[in-house]
Design a protein around this ligand. Sequence first.
Ligand code: ADP
Ligand code: MG
Length: 140
Amino acid sequence: MAVERTLSIIKPDATRRHLTGQINARFETAGLRIIAQKRIQMTRAQSEGFYAVHAERAFYNNLCDFMSSGPVVVQVLEGEDAIQKNRDIMGATNPANAEDGTIRKDFAENVEANSVHGSDSPETAAEEISYFFSQIELIG
Ligand code: ADP
Ligand code: MG
């Protein structure tokens, strides 16, 4: 197991319900360090660029609307096996299928407004981190 970095996003449904602190506590309790973090509101174009990999999916347009509909907190998490560990803490995409005690089980509103994003591989983690952060903003 190696120390990794992963991109996390606290989505608009969660910032709207003031869940940033509770979600961050789950990361830190699990041993993931928040080494960069900023609150932004994505433009529609920025949201489209971030989710370009999903451009052909039926949910893409609604997803881009949703992700640019309010503030998000973009952050870089660092720790042992951080990419998979964060996916485990998040839970399944659809909260109806998420394990008890996961962020999505406890906080998500539905399969779209599911409170958090997390990178799914080392390659996407590197791409997604560089989409929002420059090297000088990562304080490891
Ligand atoms: P994950 O965020 O778990 O990696 P995906 O990469 O498959 O999931 O999808 C990206 C995001 O698109 C999801 O987090 C969710 O917000 C949205 N999404 C995924 N599937 C659906 C769906 N069937 N209907 C509506 N939105 C969806
Ligand atoms: Mg994904």
